[in-house]
Unconditional design. Structure first.
Length: 260
């Protein structure tokens, strides 16, 4: 009886050990499979960052060279206006972000064009500025030719001026200028050429304007040598009965009559 009891105890122990080994093998297999799956999910490909804190997998952006800022300045020769645009560093973004930003920018630009006044200069303003430049050229041409009659048609009878010939005094009327036309400018037979540099025109309402410029005068001196004089001039124009007339001017630098 004791032998049979002992044999049954041994058999029970063998079955218990077998079941424990089988259970351990199953648990080991399950753990190995889970670890393998976790490794395959967490294994990062080349260039991929894993944030262990948030368990977020992110893709790096393609490396791009930094773009140097560029500056472009636009000159407006009609009136000497300048417009400057500066470009800053540009960062390459994801395509979906680009599309979203482009759409947002397009909408904001369309709204700004509707709400804000345009900076475009109307053609009527440009043509009026060209009129002032043209009439200024005609006035200087009359001076170079010694044509006092043409000069008086372009100037207002009450013309006021500051010029080197007046020695710092304000001159009013045409008699002071007549002296130089009759005794010097009209008697000169030497060629005179004038260049107007960088004219800036300011329109003051519909019937008034101001122009400022550098005046270079080329002439031949008494010995036949070419020379150049420079003066800085500002002229105020007023339109009367559809015609522009010079009502005031201020000249600094060289006098009107070329020096020998």
């Amino acid at each position: 009886a004791s032998m049979m009891h002992r044999q049954e105890t041994v058999d029970c122990l063998k079955k218990f050990n077998a079941r424990r080994k089988l259970k351990g093998a199953i648990l080991t297999t399950m753990l190995a499979t889970r670890n393998f799956s976790a490794r395959s999910l967490l294994k990062k490909p080349d260039g991929v960052k894993i944030n262990n804190k948030a368990n977020v997998v992110t893709s790096p952006k393609d490396p791009t060279p930094a773009l140097e800022p560029q500056t472009t300045v636009i000159h407006n020769p009609a009136d000497g206006n300048k417009e400057s645009t500066e470009s800053s560093n540009t960062t390459i973004e994801d395509e979906d972000v680009k599309v979203a930003k482009c759409t947002e920018n397009a909408n904001s630009k369309s709204q700004s064009h509707e709400s804000e006044p345009s900076h475009f200069i109307p053609s009527s303003v440009q043509s009026r500025k060209q009129e002032i430049i043209k009439v200024t050229e005609q006035l200087i041409e009359a001076i170079n030719n010694g044509d006092f009659e043409a000069y008086t048609k372009i100037c207002d009878p009450g013309l006021t001026s500051f010029e080197p010939e007046a020695l710092g005094n304000l001159v009013e009327g045409m008699d002071f200028h007549r002296f130089y036309f009759e005794n010097a400018l009209s008697k000169s037979n030497k060629p005179i050429h004038t260049i107007i540099l960088n004219p800036h025109v300011h329109l003051i309402g519909e019937d008034a304007a101001c122009i400022a410029y550098i005046r270079l005068t080329q002439y031949m001196d008494g010995s036949g040598m070419p020379k150049t004089m420079q003066s800085e001039e500002t002229r105020v124009w007023h339109r009367h009965d559809g015609k522009w007339q010079n009502v005031h001017f201020h000249r600094s630098g060289s006098p009107t009559v070329p020096l020998n």
